[in-house]
Design a protein around this ligand. Sequence first.
Ligand code: NAD
Ligand code: TYD
Length: 355
Amino acid sequence: MILVTGGAGFIGSNFVLDWLAGSGEPVVNVDKLTYAGNRANLAALEGDARHRFVQGDIGDRALMDSLLAEHRPRAIVNFAAESHVDRSIHGAEDFIATNIVGTFRLLEAARGYWAGLPADEKAAFRFLHVSTDEVYGTLSPDAPAFTEEHVYEPNSPYSASKAASDHLVRAWHHTHGLPVLTTNCSNNYGPDHFPEKLIPLMIVNALAGKPLPVYGDGQQVRDWLYVTDHCSAIRRVLQAGRVGQTYNVGGWNEKTNLAIVHTICDLLDELQPRADGQSYRAQIAHVTDRPGHDRRYAIDARKIERELGWRPAETFESGIRKTVAWYMANADWVRDVQSGAYCDWVATQYGAAGA
Ligand code: NAD
Ligand code: TYD
């Protein structure tokens, strides 16, 4: 079995669902259920004996020690993090606590568990740390995309905290021999994405008739990857990645923010035209830029392709269409997340223990 952290969030829940759809190997899923964690993302697994959900903090050493001793996972996949740049600008405390201190404590728990394993299980054990391309900082328009050798130049409190966690993971390998793997992925999109991030925010605001707030000139560039492609990359790295290595994961799909927003508006114009006949583009509002806003991220994903044969399966055109359709079909999910009522739903459906 494997132990996943942060598996009630956007990428983690997609990962757990995909994992159990493609394998019989059980998952213990440890998630603190912050505002970003949502048991509804895992509703399809209710009653599935292969999935055990535990509400808990990766920084709770006693909890992690006991879960590792009880379940004896062959791998840990660490998604748990505070993940939103804008929130990290308003207050970085939780980012330091989870992304840095939490990762440190999880590494220590993993090290203690791993050290006590029999030789064959010890050799097979993996600690996979899920990280971001944002640790590399920002690129000028014509600069080559980030390779795994790119210097770390994090610019936001979020990316600085993720960079710190990557360094700890690296050090636990070099100093203590812990068999780690790190993935640095570009911007994900898809179902269950919390509507504070660009793509889901634009879809739900458009449908609600609200302004579409584009920071600054909207010419910032991100590389976008459909979430299930990120999940397949993580599975592949876990299966065959070389211990101690990092793998960049990306979609070969650089777009400006404004181009993303235009695409979403055009899809909605097709799928659910506004009553007044105008395009959803009429709702675009340029607002004050994000402080320290990174201009461009781009991923060179050739290493993971060369060594592990991974490439994204989804095109942006197919992925964004599926994503828009998902949000249109899941208005209840959006409403519950936005109202905070999903917390009540968890308590009602699963009780306070969350087990
Ligand atoms: P998310 O914010 O949607 O989910 C994070 C999850 O972690 C939530 O369920 C939350 O409850 C949980 N969590 C937070 N603190 C915790 C703690 N102390 N202990 C246990 N659980 C805790 O984030 P996401 O977008 O799913 O990102 C998952 C991981 O992937 C993060 O590490 C993030 O840095 C990384 N990443 C994200 C993207 C992206 O585009 N979203 C891209 C590259 C890498
Ligand atoms: P976001 O989804 O927050 O991801 P990240 O900052 O980690 O890349 O933002 C993606 C891009 O969209 C980023 O350049 C900031 C921009 N953005 C807006 O223009 N308006 C918004 O309301 C949000 C949330 C983001």
